[in-house]
Design a protein around this ligand. Structure first.
Ligand code: UDP
Length: 329
């Protein structure tokens, strides 16, 4: 297939692009490099440096079969202090992209949604039918796009799959050429596993465990971590699903492992895998952090035939290998 991947210079978009190319698809990456890296665009993909609001000429020229839409702002704390960035980039930008698609009679899309659309759950595991009550503008800006897709599927025959990611981690390691490995390289790092690896490597003094009195077995927050390669596999399946349902429909699927790991369990894994001491200190709760977020992945299993296969140690091991290859970047 001929595919347009928005955000293909970012962490998840670049890994999915590499897997799409490996599966024999032709890929054009559209990315404005506001947070992505040009050298993360895999060899073999065509690269257009432009924002999603400028997709029209690319779609006009391309004869694409489908769009995989990753491009977005994704820092929760930033979304709280500068919500306009999130409404413009994530919601208004996606609307512009969908309208460009309509103009060119392209109606098949896989969209990067998020567990942040649910907010604080009443119970876990979280099902796709659980209430959506986002607690920050990031989650709200993504939920709005999910609603957009539902209405475009109903009114304009879009065939869409929204994938709600839980905590994505790990890397795509290229065994032959480390320069072609793909992983997390955020200028502002807020995620637990990359921060813990920086501590293990000695480039940060210690990890702050954000909250140690939660109602969880060890008092720290529990999250559902998913390997980026398992996530990529789900995208290839979602693409097939969307193509097979051309003519209209919107499927929403959680992507998580279905089980949780606490901050302390992640820290134990980092110590085990790296063999480094990795000091940690107790710290206050991070405002807005729910105690436990775990996905039900039953729908992804039923609808996409998807099951994640890589465990937390594998995520940490791959992220560690990537970190050591790229820490000089
Ligand atoms: N966390 C932590 N110390 C850090 C970074 C994160 O204790 O330096 C915790 C955070 O409070 C949350 C979990 O690790 O409970 C996962 O956080 P992350 O930012 O990776 O993902 P989120 O669940 O917020 O999307």
């Amino acid at each position: 297939m001929r595919l347009l991947v928005t955000g293909g210079a970012g962490y998840i978009g670049s890994v999915v692009t590499a897997e799409l190319l490996g599966a024999g698809h032709q890929v054009t990456v559209l990315d404005d490099l506001s947070t992505g890296h040009a050298d993360a665009v895999p060899d073999g993909a065509e690269f257009v440096r432009a924002s999603i609001t400028e997709a029209d000429p690319v779609l006009a020229a391309g004869e694409f079969d489908a769009v995989l839409h990753f491009a977005a702002k994704s820092l929760v704390p930033e979304s709280v202090v500068a919500p306009e960035l999130y409404w413009h980039n994530n919601t208004v930008g996606s609307l512009a992209l969908l309208d460009s698609m309509r103009r060119h009679d392209l109606r098949t899309i896989v969209f990067s949604s998020t567990a942040a659309t649910y907010g604080e759950p009443d119970s876990v595991p979280i099902e796709e039918t659980s209430p959506t009550r986002p607690t920050n503008p990031y989650g709200a800006s993504k939920l709005a796009v999910d609603h957009l897709l539902t209405s475009y599927a109903g009114a304009h025959r879009f065939s869409a799959v929204s994938l709600r990611y839980f905590n994505v981690a790990g890397a795509r390691i290229d065994g032959e050429d480390p320069a072609r490995s793909l992983g997390e390289r955020h200028a502002t790092e807020t995620h637990l596993i990359p921060i813990a690896l920086q501590v293990a490597a000695g480039s940060r003094p210690q990890l702050q465990v954000n909250g140690v009195h939660y109602p969880t077995p060890d008092g720290s927050c529990v999250r559902d971590y998913i390997h980026v390669l398992d996530l990529a596999d789900a995208h290839l399946r979602a693409l097939e699903h969307a193509v097979a349902h051309a003519g209209g429909g919107h499927l929403i699927c959680n992507l998580g492992s279905g089980s949780g790991s606490s901050v302390r369990e992640v820290l134990d894994s980092v110590r085990r895998i790296t063999g480094r001491p990795t000091p940690a200190v107790d710290a206050p709760n991070r405002p807005g952090d729910p105690a436990v977020l775990i996905a039900s992945n039953d729908r992804a299993a039923a609808e996409l035939g998807w099951r994640p296969t890589r465990d937390l140690d594998r995520m940490v091991a791959d992220a560690w290998q990537f970190y050591r290859q790229h820490s000089h970047d």
